[in-house]
Design a protein around this ligand. Structure first.
Ligand code: ZN
Ligand code: ZN
Ligand code: ZN
Ligand code: ZN
Length: 380
């Protein structure tokens, strides 16, 4: 008889999965978890409906849920997680899958010897306990507490965006987080998950956006926008589609191809061997000392699309050499581009849909063939 949810176990199981699995980025791709276990499959309701010749309503009845279920086949110790792919909100689908994986890894079916866990097959207490544990698991898998503690200031909307959750789930995560804070839980920089996803955390904590030119960039220290030199920079994480063109750089800040003559033989050094232009975009803030000799005031290395130095606001070498156009010209152009790419995006979607239909048609044909073959065998 199981009566009390074991939250600690549920959370720890999710954390171990994240630590051991080959996850390198967030949000976690939940369906890929099936690859870790050899007795687990994750499939959508529509797949199951087609396979069994059922309507979607019948699948919901079979699963006893509109969201998803964890189906256990005792005789060969296999699991099938089904999720309702007709639910439009992708965050909600992710939560459902994570929740069902919770039932799987916490072995709820095996503990109670049930093929399907449902309100009707379990006692009220058991059902509630399992549901709470599976939700705790889902929350810890999709939005791990230790990572939340490492992030600065956020609201439910941020959580929803960063971890690809529905707003409802994000509110639930935030409530749980706030409760933890009130109980004295704090950020631990040495937590293995914080270390594992430190790039993700850094990028979120240092995301900046310029009010004037709408440029998004990542920087731990910046006084000026690198594109338009405005000082009005916020760390409010509202992303825009404005992307300023620039040059691709290597890890030392050197252009991969010469920004002027496109020569690819850049073998170190600060200048192009062919045309002599600076191949490193850096702050070009040079002043004069009392004797009239030039002194370098700032020569910080900048991004490939930076017109200005983020520290002192002086022009960069690429901009001074005319290799980048003034930001406002590109801004006007970018607005037109945005509309064009939106139209292209619509075309792409239509293409993908057609492709999917074709695949489904092929599968349907295959199923019919199999059925016909089975029939023939029966007759013989
Ligand atoms: Zn459940
Ligand atoms: Zn700007
Ligand atoms: Zn050159
Ligand atoms: Zn500078």
């Amino acid at each position: 008889m199981i009566s009390k949810p074991n939250f600690n176990k549920a959370e720890q199981t999710a954390i171990n999965l994240l630590r051991e699995g080959k996850f390198t980025e967030l949000p976690i791709k939940v369906k890929e978890i099936a690859n870790i276990f050899n007795n687990l499959k994750i499939r959508p309701y529509t797949w199951f409906a087609k396979k069994r010749g059922l309507s979607l309503e019948e699948v919901c009845l079979f699963a006893e849920s509109e969201e998803g279920c964890c189906y256990y086949q005792k005789k060969n110790h296999k699991y099938l997680i089904l999720y309702n792919d007709n639910i439009a909100n992708p965050g909600r689908r992710r939560w459902t899958i994570a929740h069902e994986i919770g039932h799987y890894v916490l072995k709820h079916n095996e503990l109670t010897n049930k093929t399907i866990l449902s309100r009707s097959s379990l006692s009220n207490d058991e059902y509630k306990t399992f549901e709470k544990e599976a939700d705790c698991f889902a929350r810890s898998l999709l939005a791990p507490s230790s990572i939340l503690y490492a992030l600065r200031k956020f609201n439910a909307q941020d959580i929803s965006k960063w971890f690809d959750l529905s707003m409802l789930a994000a509110v639930n995560v935030l409530k749980f987080f706030n409760k933890g804070v009130s109980l004295g839980r704090r950020h631990n920089p040495n937590d293995p998950l914080v270390k594992k996803f430190e790039n993700y955390i850094f990028n979120i904590n240092n995301a900046r956006r310029c009010h004037r030119c709408k440029h998004n960039f990542i920087s731990a220290v910046s006084n000026y926008c690198p594109v338009c030199c405005s000082k009005k920079i916020t760390n409010k994480r509202v992303e825009t589609n404005m992307k300023y063109d620039g040059y691709e750089l290597d890890e030392y800040g050197r252009a991969i191809k010469c920004p002027r003559c496109r020569n690819e033989e850049i073998t170190g050094g600060n200048y192009c061997k062919i045309c002599g232009v600076d191949v490193i975009n850096r702050c070009n803030n040079i002043g004069m000392d009392w004797n009239g000799n030039p002194v370098v005031i700032c020569n910080e290395i900048a991004e490939g699309n930076a017109r200005y130095c983020i520290s002192c606001g002086h022009k960069t070498t690429f901009f001074e050499n005319g290799l980048l156009i003034p930001w406002d010209e590109e801004y006007k152009h970018g607005k037109k581009q945005e509309h064009k790419s939106y139209l292209e995006h619509l075309d792409e979607e239509a293409e993908q849909e057609a492709e999917m239909e074709h695949e489904q048609e092929k599968e349907r044909h295959h199923d019919l063939m199999m059925m016909a073959m089975a029939k023939t065998l029966e007759l013989e």
